[in-house]
Design a protein around this ligand. Structure first.
Ligand code: UDP
Ligand code: MG
Length: 321
């Protein structure tokens, strides 16, 4: 067990064999120049190009390397999640393996965490060396994410980020949620989220691992994460609320149509049969939907109830005896 390790650098990698030697040498150089004790955690996400062999070879030269390799390609989020689990440094960094992020940013980002009190510092690739097909959608995503989360970041998905260790131990990066880690962190109660403009480079070796489908997935993930942030703990507030409104609307309308028909009939006024009025069917539909929504709320609550225990709550401080 490393005691008092300054930094951990978690590197998710999928077929990045060519970049790894340069990346490790660079991180090592920066750490030594700043007298930082460090570990590099290589998470091989099921590479098929011999990346893991490169990691093992590098380990002989750089003992600070640790790592795991997945049986198959699970994705960047699971890779980060498992890397976070292993990390022991006081400040934990994430960095892409493709040399697009610069290890030179490490000391300043670390300082922001330790001295300025940030929980998370996200890189901002202000000047980006990516194709335009990636830059424009990314601008749109960042705008939407900013509006929906209230976190003032320009570049949510930057691979280079620094965290106070407690943050990475408290968040669960699943699915493709690596794009929205700042939102996950905020939801877990870490509100001091900062940003630093970082240098960005063109990919030197290999190819990007995310295609056009990143837009669709990214968008859907943003919707789920927004939903979870607002109603994750109490789904009944959303579904029950909507359900009640629909049920009331349907019930009152149906009742009114029936009462109106009976009243008109008995008083010799012009009347229409209940089932001849389209509005009646809409009212029935609203009643059924209302009940459905209620059921969804109950199911959500039951699932929550079963999956919540004391470990679901993060404890900040504690006084004993
Ligand atoms: N990556 C990964 N698993 C995947 C896809 C990507 O571990 O399924 C890693 C990849 O090796 C790189 C980082 O995640 O270190 C970012 O990927 P990439 O550079 O392809 O993304 P982009 O820069 O195009 O957003
Ligand atoms: Mg990249």
């Amino acid at each position: 067990m490393n005691k008092g390790l300054d930094i951990s650098v978690v590197v998710p990698l999928y077929n990045e064999a060519e970049s790894l030697p340069e990346l490790v040498a660079w991180i090592d150089r920066v750490a030594k120049a700043n007298s930082l004790t460090y570990e590099i955690i290589m998470v091989d996400d099921g590479s098929t190009d011999g990346s893991w062999d490169v990691v093992k070879r590098l380990k002989e030269e750089y003992p600070s390397i640790r790592g795991i390799s997945f049986m198959c390609n699970y994705g960047k989020s699971p890779a980060l999640y498992c890397g976070f689990d292993m990390a022991e440094g006081d400040v934990v960094f994430t960095m892409d393996a493709d040399l697009q992020d610069s290890p030179d940013e490490i000391p300043e980002m670390r300082r922001m965490i330790l001295e300025e009190g940030y929980d998370l510092v996200s890189g901002w690739k202000k000047k980006r060396y990516d194709p335009i097909s990636k830059r424009w959608p990314s601008k749109f995503f960042n705008f939407t994410a900013r509006v929906m989360s209230g976190i003032k970041l320009h570049d949510f998905n930057c691979g280079l980020k620094a965290y106070r260790r407690k943050v990475v131990k408290s968040i669960e990066v699943y699915g493709e949620m690596h794009r929205y880690i700042p939102i996950l962190a905020k939801r877990a109660g870490f509100k001091r989220i900062g940003e630093k403009v970082v240098a960005h480079q063109e990919r030197k070796y290999g190819v990007s691992k995310f295609g056009i489908e990143r837009m669709v997935k990214g968008y859907l993930d943003l919707i789920s994460i927004t939903f979870m942030s607002h109603f994750g703990r109490s789904p009944m507030y959303l579904f029950g609320g909507l359900g009640t409104l629909m049920f009331l609307f349907g019930g009152v309308t149906a009742l009114w149509i029936i009462v109106d028909k009976i009243y008109s009939q008995y008083n010799g006024l012009v009347w229409r049969g209940v089932t001849e009025q389209p509005m009646f069917y809409l009212a029935l539909l609203a009643i059924v939907l209302g009940v459905q929504l209620f059921l969804a709320g109950f199911l959500g609550e039951m699932i929550n109830r079963r999956s919540t225990d004391r470990n679901s709550y993060l404890i900040d401080n504690r006084i004993d005896k």
